[in-house]
Design a protein around this ligand. Structure first.
Ligand SMILES: NC(=O)c1ccc[n+]([C@@H]2O[C@H](COP(=O)([O-])OP(=O)(O)OC[C@H]3O[C@@H](n4cnc5c(N)ncnc54)[C@H](O)[C@@H]3O)[C@@H](O)[C@H]2O)c1
Length: 257
């Protein structure tokens, strides 16, 4: 798919597409005429979504899906949406396995997919890598150190891919929403109640934002446009930004009793 075109005939893989944002992305691509692989670790969810939207289910870990997905799509993947993610909460004291799982799914699954996709994409001179990051990758999320750190990693990797390969026909998009009404948001507890739920949007609105960004070949996808101002403030006046985030932290501590 090149700039401004619809997804007709394009081959697309969406990881973590058994529900939430991934299902909305897969549904939108399918509605545009793409041939879509729906991946999810939860095989039943992957099959249900695939059936619903006329896609192909390839269940399993997002880290190892490229080969099977490429076979299912007849040999090529045009668009890869690295969407599967873990909403790992906790502080520096979160257990080692929580940090490791967040690193594995939120960052290394993207790296491993890119490793398998790039040789073919560079040979063909085109390919599109869509990373579902989070506003937490540009900013942070109170109460969720593993999530914030690994989403910064996912953004850093997407940026690196974009700047390294854009002259060779590779397009990269980083989707950075705040709250989106999915199972993950429901699990964010009182921190989510405070900072995410009041401005939460629907998964379909994330798909709208991605398609608008693809039409413009724009890297940053901000379904909540106000995130651009927060990102600017963070860069321009870091201590002021940290103080305001600390106020939010204190508000959260007070509300949690
Ligand atoms: N919901 C939000 O508020 C929000 C905001 C910003 C970013 N995001 C990001 O959006 C992405 C999708 O999350 P969502 O909100 O739709 O949550 P979700 O929980 O509805 O969907 C995530 C899906 O990923 C699957 N999954 C988990 N680990 C996997 C793995 N290793 N391999 C394959 N599938 C796996 C889960 O089974 C689940 O179906 C995540 O990367 C998340 O961090 C979500």
């Amino acid at each position: 798919m090149s700039t401004g075109q619809t997804a007709e005939g394009t081959t697309v893989v969406v990881t973590g597409a058994g529900g939430g944002i991934g299902a909305a992305l897969a549904r939108r691509f399918a509605a545009q005429g793409a041939r879509v692989v729906v991946n999810d670790l939860d095989a039943d969810k992957a099959r249900r979504t695939a059936e619903e939207i006329g896609a192909i289910a390839v269940p399993g870990d997002a880290s190892t899906v490229v080969g099977a997905a490429r076979d299912a799509l007849g040999g090529t993947i045009d668009v890869y949406c690295a969407n599967a993610g873990l909403g790992s909460g906790g502080s520096e004291s979160a257990p080692e396995d929580v940090w490791a799982a967040a690193w594995d799914v939120n960052v290394m699954a993207h790296v491993r997919a890119a490793r398998e996709l790039l040789p073919d994409w560079l040979e063909r001179g085109r390919g599109r890598f869509v990373s579902t990051v989070s506003a937490a990758g540009l900013l942070t999320m109170i109460g969720a150190a593993p999530y914030s750190v690994t989403k910064h990693g996912a953004l850093a990797f997407a940026e690196w891919l974009s700047l390294t390969y854009r002259h060779r026909g590779i397009q990269v998009h980083a989707i950075c929403p705040q709250g989106v009404r999915t199972d993950m948001l429901a699990d964010t507890g009182t921190a989510g109640d405070l900072v995410l739920k009041p401005t939460a949007i629907e998964p379909d609105e994330v798909a709208d934002a991605l398609f608008a960004a693809m039409a413009e070949d724009r890297f940053l996808v901000l379904p909540h446009p106000e995130v651009a101002d927060y990102y600017t403030a963070r860069a321009a006046t870091p201590d002021r930004w940290l103080t305001s985030m600390n106020h939010l932290q204190q508000k959260w501590e007070a509300s949690a009793g």
